[in-house]
Write a protein that binds this ligand. Structure first.
Ligand SMILES: NC(=O)c1ccc[n+]([C@@H]2O[C@H](COP(=O)([O-])OP(=O)(O)OC[C@H]3O[C@@H](n4cnc5c(N)ncnc54)[C@H](OP(=O)(O)O)[C@@H]3O)[C@@H](O)[C@H]2O)c1
Length: 307
């Protein structure tokens, strides 16, 4: 089994690089290997590698910036995945693609199901929805996994921003009237690995799946939990977390009030149950502590200060 992975340096891409070699021989590409605006090179690379599975973890994920550069968001989130899907169809490969809760407007009061009608309220969501459609319309065998509020110990995400701000500021104001499920990139990668190894990837099962952590939280609740874990582990003053309505946090892109995705279909078809977000956050932060706090030996703090 040959796998071609795009977006190897992203939050999810890094985690996929860890687990996909157990599924097959993998070639992993980042932006410096292949620029996705260059569609001719994209086609040529897929044709030369001739993978059995294409996994696309690359995306334009700047939600606010997308409002002012919609063409760039569309190129990466819609046009490039469409080309990957056309090429997958041409060579009979399977395409695994990722999408987002932001394809919905957030007006529903319960978790979104795969059959709910998307209606994105920002450019990023529109570009991701176009990407889903381009992939589906290609006729390739494809799996589209929609997730939400992705974090990890690398890259740019809410968890790492909160850790930094909690140590720098006396107070952090966080939106409390938008809910979703914070989802660890590693959990998505593990689910992808299990699905690819399940032997259940037949044409009847292909399509869209929601894949996000169990439970629900507001950004405020997510922040509170991060700071409470930090408080238990660090002996230093940390910021107070203050809830605010989204109306007091102006941003270029509007975000849905309800980002909850039901992962029931994933469990029904593949028998994969997603862990609760709190349990995953605790495990992920343990890794962060191991990498950033506990590995520092006492003599490290003296280094450079001794004469
Ligand atoms: N982040 C979230 O909260 C979230 C929520 C729901 C769904 N998703 C979806 O989940 C998937 C993975 O997201 P993520 O958080 O892992 O994203 P990420 O960390 O932003 O990584 C995206 C990767 O795409 C690459 N990329 C961007 N533009 C490119 C271009 N023009 N050519 C080649 N590569 C390019 C980036 O390369 P560079 O490193 O060089 O920039 C980066 O490595 C995406 O489909 C995203 O839409 C994300």
């Amino acid at each position: 089994m040959n796998i071609l992975l795009f977006g190897k340096n992203g939050q999810l891409g890094r985690e996929l690089q860890r687990v996909l070699p157990s599924v097959g021989e993998m070639i992993a590409l980042g932006r410096s290997d292949l620029e996705l605006f260059d569609l001719a090179s994209l086609r040529a690379r897929i044709r030369s590698v001739k993978p059995d599975i294409i996994v696309n973890a690359a995306a334009y994920t700047w939600v606010d910036r997308a409002e002012s550069e919609p063409e760039r968001a569309m190129e990466i989130n819609a046009v490039a995945p469409g080309v990957m899907a056309q090429e997958a169809k041409r060579i009979g490969a399977l395409l695994v693609h990722y999408s987002t809760d932001y394809v919905f407007d957030g007006k529903k009061s319960t978790p979104y199901l795969e059959e709910d009608e998307p209606s994105p309220i920002n450019v990023y969501g529109q570009s991701k929805l176009k990407g889903e459609k381009a992939v589906q319309e290609s006729g390739a065998s494809c799996y589209i996994f929609r997730s939400s509020w992705i974090y990890g110990i690398h890259g740019q995400n809410f968890l790492l921003t909160l850790i930094r701000l909690a140590m720098e500021k006396p107070e952090i104001r966080v939106v409390s009237d938008q809910i979703g499920a914070p989802t660890w990139a590693r959990t998505i990668a593990h689910a992808t690995q299990k699905i690819l190894q399940s032997g259940k990837m037949n044409p009847e099962n292909s399509g869209i799946y929601h894949l996000s952590a169990g439970g629900q939280a507001s950004w405020y609740r997510f922040a509170q939990h991060i700071v409470s874990i930090l408080t238990m582990r660090l002996d230093c003053p940390l910021a107070r977390v203050v809830p605010i309505p989204a109306s007091q946090y102006p941003s270029a892109a509007v975000r849905p009030a309800n980002s909850l995705l039901s992962s029931d279909k994933l469990e029904r078809v593949f028998g994969i149950r997603q862990p609760h977000w709190e349990a995953d956050l605790e495990t992920c932060m343990q890794l962060w502590f191991e990498e950033h706090v506990e590995t520092r030996k006492p003599e490290d703090s003296d280094r450079g200060t001794k004469s």
